[in-house]
Design a protein around this ligand. Structure first.
Ligand code: PLP
Length: 399
C-alpha cells in the first residue's frame, strides 16, 4: 500500500527522537540522481545523503554485490577472517598512502579510532604527556563525546559539557596560530582538508603543505578527516592528492559504501602498531555485507571513470554558479572544489532550499546562509543547467 505522507509524518514525529529538522516530504524511492516522494513527485538530488551516495541511488552493480553477499554470509565476528573485509582493506591500502585499515561503522567512530590511536602511539613511546590534539575552529568531526570535543563549533557542545580534555583549537588557514600552539604536549593535528559542515571552507594555497611541514618538524602526527572529502568528492580519490602532501592518519566514512554504514581509519604501519589485540574493536566493523558492497563501490569509482567525470562536471557546475553570482546581488561568494561546492547568500538559506524543493530540486543549507551542492558524482549537465535556471529565477525575485 502507498504510504500516506501526513500519516507517516505524524507517526514519525510521535516516535522518533527530534534530533533533526526534517522537511515535510517522505522519500520512497531513488534511482541515479533522482528521488521520488510518497506522492510520486520527482526531485533531482543535489544532496546525495550528504555526500554519501556518490554513485547515485540504487546503483545496479552495488545492489547486485550486496544481494550476492547477503545470500552467502551476512555477518561473522572479527574473531574470524572474511574475504570482503580483506579485499576492501587491500584496495584501500593499494590506492592510498596507508598500510593498515581499521573498520568501523560511521565517521564519528573512525575519528574516535584515530584519536585513540595517536594517543596510544605516543604512550607506547613513553611520552605519556604527549596526548593533546589540535583541531580547527569551525571544524566538524562527529557527535560522540570525543569527536564533539574535537569539533570547533560551540553551538554543538552547548548543554553537553564537560567535553573531553585534551583538545586545543586554532583558526583554519592560520599557519602561525598552529605553529605557536604546537608544543611537547601535542600528539596530533586533526583537520578536514576542506571544512565541510563549517561552510565548505577551502585551504589557502600552500596552507596544508605548511601544516605538514610543522608536523614533520615537531614529530606531530597529521590526521586528515576525509569523511566528507574522500572517495572522489573533490575530483581526486582523496582530497590530500590535490595538495601534494600525505597525512599520517586518514578517516573515511560517508561515501565509502554509497549509503551503507561504514567507517574506516587508515594509517602507516609504524603508527598502526600502537593498536594490538584488545586496544580497540567494533562488532560490526568491516562486516561482510557492507564491505562487499563497499568493494564494489570503489571498483566502480575507478572502472567507470567516475572521479574524472566528477572533477570535470564539478568545474562546469562551479562556472555556472559563478555566472549566477555575477548576475545576483544576493550571492556573496562561490567556492569549493570538485563536487563539494557552495554559495554564500545574503538571504535566508532555508527559504532558498524550500523554494528549490517546490521546483523539484534538493539542495542543502549549512551555517544559515551557505548553500551546499554535493550531488552524486554522476550528475548530468542538463540537471545542473536546470538547477541553475531555477536558482536564477529565484534570485531574480530575492535580489
Ligand atoms: C559527516 C562527518 C563526520 C561524522 O560522520 P558520522 O558518520 O555522521 O558520524 C565527521 N567528519 C566529517 C568531516 C563529516 O563530514
Amino acid at each position: 500500500m502507498k504510504p500516506v505522507k501526513s500519516e507517516i509524518i505524524d507517526k514519525a514525529d510521535k516516535v522518533i527522537a527530534r534530533t533533526y529538522n526534517r522537511f515535510p516530504i517522505v522519500i520512497t524511492k531513488g534511482r541515479g540522481c533522482t528521488l521520488w516522494d510518497s506522492d510520486g513527485r520527482a526531485y533531482t538530488d543535489f544532496v546525495a545523503g550528504i555526500a554519501v551516495c556518490n554513485l547515485g541511488h540504487a546503483h545496479p552493480r552495488v545492489t547486485k554485490a550486496l544481494s550476492k553477499q547477503a545470500e552467502i554470509l551476512f555477518h561473522v565476528s572479527n574473531l574470524y577472517y572474511t574475504v570482503p573485509q580483506t579485499e576492501l582493506a587491500s584496495w584501500l591500502v593499494n590506492n592510498s598512502f596507508a598500510d593498515k585499515v581499521f573498520f568501523c561503522n560511521s565517521g564519528a567512530e573512525a575519528n574516535e579510532a584515530a584519536i585513540k590511536l595517536v594517543r596510544k602511539y605516543f604512550n607506547d613511546k613513553g611520552e605519556e604527556g604527549r596526548c593533546r590534539i589540535i583541531a580547527m575552529e569551525k571544524s566538524f568531526h562527529g557527535r560522540t563525546m570525543a569527536t564533539l570535543s574535537a569539533t570547533g563549533q560551540e553551538k554543538m557542545r552547548k548543554g553537553f559539557e564537560p567535553v573531553l580534555n585534551g583538545f586545543d583549537f586554532v583558526p583554519f588557514n592560520d599557519i602561525e596560530a598552529l605553529g605557536s600552539k604546537i608544543d611537547r604536549s601535542t600528539c596530533a593535528v586533526l583537520i578536514e582538508p576542506i571544512q565541510g559542515e563549517g561552510g565548505v571552507r577551502c585551504p589557502a594555497p600552500e596552507y596544508l603543505k605548511g601544516v605538514r611541514q610543522i608536523c614533520d618538524e615537531t614529530g606531530t602526527l597529521l590526521i586528515f578527516d576525509e569523511i566528507q572529502t574522500g572517495l572522489g568528492r573533490t575530483g581526486k580519490l582523496f582530497a590530500y592528492e590535490n595538495f601534494g602532501i600525505e597525512p599520517d592518519v586518514m578517516t573515511l566514512a560517508k561515501a565509502l559504501a554509497n549509503g551503507l554504514p561504514i567507517g574506516a581509519m587508515l594509517t602507516k604501519e609504524h603508527i598502526a602498531e600502537a593498536f594490538v589485540p584488545g586496544s580497540h574493536a567494533s562488532t560490526f566493523g568491516g562486516t561482510p555485507v557492507v564491505t562487499a558492497a563497499s568493494l564494489e563501490v570503489v571498483k566502480i569509482l575507478i572502472e567507470e571513470n567516475i572521479i574524472d567525470y566528477g572533477r570535470k562536471i564539478g568545474e562546469y557546475f562551479k562556472q555556472k554558479l559563478f555566472r549566477l553570482k555575477d548576475r545576483h546581488e544576493s550571492i556573496i561568494d562561490v567556492r569549493g572544489i570538485g563536487l563539494l561546492l557552495a554559495m554564500k547568500v545574503k538571504v535566508d538559506g532555508d527559504k532558498v532550499v524550500k523554494a528549490c524543493m517546490d521546483k523539484g530540486f534538493l539542495i542543502n543549507c549549512i551555517q544559515g546562509n551557505i548553500l551546499r551542492f554535493i550531488p552524486p558524482l554522476i550528475i548530468g549537465k542538463e540537471e545542473i543547467d536546470s538547477l541553475a535556471a531555477c536558482l536564477d529565477e529565484l534570485f531574480d525575485r530575492l535580489d
